[in-house]
Design a protein around this ligand. Structure first.
Ligand code: FE2
Length: 461
């Protein structure tokens, strides 16, 4: 529902102009005098009053004072309409809680913009004022009391105990106080996490450079000179609060977006890992005898990586690369993969092509360039006598050297078409024999360590 605006102005032309500009966006009521305006206010729910300052009988300031005196209407927002050239008693109007001053004649767009801003001021901000001088507290309270929720305390200790249970939107802090001065209070405030970013403004009669530097060094937002000039105090405070709320909402927005991004990242990562798992199962399903081979090779590779001191992220990557190492077998006819008898030379050449096929398939995943390394080079040998490229030593990517050891171990410790599971000792001897020739010696040592720890010979199950 549109917000309700009451325009109080003795000049009919002004009323008509304001009504014309506002009526598209708001519910507008007009009053030609202060008395009429107050009557309307009392019997209607009004969100904002636009108040002409110069009217006969009862001028704008009198109307404003009357509004603030009457508890049933005192909370209404008021914006003062002033005429250029006339001297306005801004200080008193601000003290009475006028939220803005708009000069007539006004530009409609700017006028609407300012009205919108005032209507958007939602709750009253809480301001804690700390000053050992009761007179100063009273002055500040009088200046700010209508616009803000003001809490006054007269010592640093009282401020600290208030802050243990309350988080204000701003703190006004007297610099010179007995026992605990303003800078000491600020130091204590900054120690508390929930108070660390609340704007603190110092109140001081000092006007030397050193005080200014000390105040800003301590992390204050600003300082206000005593004796106070209401207009300056209110303008400064409202600017700082506006900035503070803006920063806060910006931070909330950043936090919200970050959480969203994290969640969508998590989903993408999950989908990716589920797809790789599904692919791994698809590869294993092709070979009836070595079912589960890809998953076991992935598991051994991950464990080797862990023992080698890799990070969690690297271990995960190596696990997935291990899962996909035989993906090229998808391109080899089933009858060759599942053949019970000895392979012909031609069939063997076809099988030997699975690393290249695998590398081709995975090369399309450009976001993870390393994902094809395992599939491509897990049949290379450390001495350079492997295939498909005859790479040697550290020219073979480390992940492929890891998978090579894991793959050999699983081949020996799982049932084949032509033989049963080999005894653990035979598998161990083969790894030891291949150390430095077929396998990277360091990785082979980690494999030997794993075998030796597996006293029940259960690793392969
Ligand atoms: Fe293979």
């Amino acid at each position: 529902m549109a917000e309700r605006i009451l325009v109080i102005d003795d000049d009919i032309v002004n009323l008509k102009i304001a009504e014309h500009v506002l009526e598209k966006d708001y519910n507008v009521t007009c009053a030609k005098s202060g008395m009429e305006g107050i009557d309307i206010l009392k019997s209607n729910d009004i969100d904002l009053v636009l108040l002409d300052l110069y009217m006969p009988e009862m001028n704008g300031m009198d109307v404003l004072a009357k509004i603030r005196e009457d508890a049933s209407i005192s909370a209404v927002k008021v914006v003062i309409l002033t005429s250029s050239g006339m001297k306005t008693d801004v200080t008193e109007a601000i003290r009475l809680g006028a939220l803005d001053f708009i000069k007539k004649p006004f530009f409609p767009t700017e006028f609407l913009d300012r009205i919108k801003k005032v209507l958007n001021i939602a709750k009253k901000d809480n301001i804690l004022v700390v000053d050992d001088d009761k007179m100063n507290l009273a002055i500040v309270h009088k200046m700010l009391g209508i616009r803000y929720d003001v809490t006054c305390v007269s010592s640093g200790m009282d401020a600290i105990s208030y802050l243990n249970n309350n988080v204000p939107d701003m703190i006004l802090l007297d610099l010179h106080m007995p026992e605990m001065n303003g800078l000491e209070v600020l130091e204590k405030i900054r120690e508390q996490d929930n108070l660390s970013d609340i704007p603190v403004v110092f109140l001081t009669a000092d006007n030397d450079r050193k005080t200014e530097i000390d105040i800003f060094k301590a992390g204050a937002m600003d300082f206000i000179q005593k004796p106070f000039i209401a207009e300056v105090v209110i303008q400064r405070i409202s600017r700082i609060l506006e900035l503070y709320h803006y920063q806060k909402s910006l931070q909330q927005e950043v936090d919200r977006k970050t959480a969203e991004l994290r969640e969508s990242n998590r989903k993408v990562t999950n989908v990716l890992s589920q797809m790789i798992m599904a692919l791994g199962s698809a590869i294993d399903a092709k070979d009836a005898y070595t079912n589960g081979h890809s998953e076991r090779v992935a598991r051994y590779s991950g464990e080797l990586a862990r023992r080698m001191g890799k990070s969690t992220q690297e271990i995960n990557d190596i696990y997935y690369i291990g899962l996909l190492h035989d993906i090229g077998k998808i391109g080899i006819p089933d009858y060759i993969i599942n053949k019970a008898g000895k392979l012909t030379e031609e069939e063997y050449e076809l099988i030997k092509n699975h690393p290249n096929i695998g590398a081709d398939i995975l090369s399309s995943i450009t976001e993870m360039p390393g994902i094809s390394f395992g599939a491509h080079w897990h049949h290379e040998r450390f001495d350079g006598k492997g295939y498909p490229d005859g790479l040697a030593g550290e020219d073979i990517p480390e992940v492929a050297r890891i998978i090579c050891v894991a793959d050999a171990y699983d081949t020996m410790t799982s049932k084949r078409v032509y033989r049963d599971i080999l005894p653990q000792k035979v598998a161990r001897d083969e790894i030891l024999k291949g150390r430095g020739t077929q396998f990277d010696p360091v990785i082979a040592d980690y494999m030997l360590e794993m075998i030796d720890e597996d006293t029940e010979y259960q690793l392969h199950e």
